[in-house]
Design a protein around this ligand. Sequence first.
Ligand code: NAG
Ligand code: NAG
Length: 297
Amino acid sequence: MVVRFGVIVLAIFVLNVNALFCELQSSCKGCTSTPGCFYNAAESTCENLVRAPFTNKINVINIPYDCPIPQPEAFPYTDAFGRDRAFLFSAASNGENKTQVEACLKKVNAQFYSQYTIPCDWLNQNCSGYIAINPNEKSIVLTFRGSKGSTQFYTEALNLLTYGSRRSSLVDGDVFTYFIDAFEKLWAAGIKTDLETLKAQNPDYELWTFGHSLGGSLASLASVAAVKSEMFKKEKVKSVTMGQPRTGSLEYAISHDFYVPYSYRIVHAKDLITKLPFKVLPGQPNAYHHRFEVSFV
Ligand SMILES: *[C@@H]1O[C@H](CO)[C@@H](O)[C@H](O)[C@H]1NC(C)=O
Ligand SMILES: *[C@@H]1O[C@H](CO)[C@@H](O)[C@H](O)[C@H]1NC(C)=O
């Protein structure tokens, strides 16, 4: 009895000391590195984890990676870039062939270079992407198509709901298998060699990667692969995706931000795809979004 009472007193003591300890942490990084504490983003305070369930989930930050940081000054997000570039190039990825993609590219004065459409999953459904040259803004633009049709959507969702993932030498960290399988195939189907050729012909050009949904995940992977393979310097790469699902693990997310600092995910708050695979536990490391999120609520 005495022992049990002692344990309770000790537990209360530890919690209180810990709570005091949390309040001493003023920075988000320091706070989230301290066991038993979380950072309250709304109040900019460090609090004891026991208070987390009573705090709006969106303001609870548990790990240093999620601490707020300013967007890169060299490439702040603009509505114009999102609407007039990422969106228009992504829409063109739905063209069935050169003629159709070219018709869409007229709106952005870009030139079609090549389209890559290959079977990318066990049901032999196609994944697709294309490269365009954008001389006015000195960029090579690599854009991927989103999932097409309900069979592809459900095959992809099945993978995401079971969290199947693996590593690849093209990127760092675990990536969900639907995305990495498709990406490795597309990369090898000519995208890698064509990018190398275009880079050699236009050494000062940037690389832009775009895509919606599945295409967003592929664009994220492509931007990392282009920098990791030293084809492009990170300052020369811009990636903007729309409705991108969680693409890989926390390790992938952290490495993505290292390789591709100029990157934005445009997210509609009610879009379920961007919640997949579900992150159920706080800090769950196998399904993580990378920076920076542009959220439309
Ligand atoms: C491109 O695709 C459209 C729609 O499927 C088709 O009508 C057109 O003939 C195709 N053009 C070429 C050049 O294959
Ligand atoms: C995949 O793409 C090829 C070439 O564009 C096309 O012939 C084929 O019908 C497509 N397959 C599916 C399942 O859509």
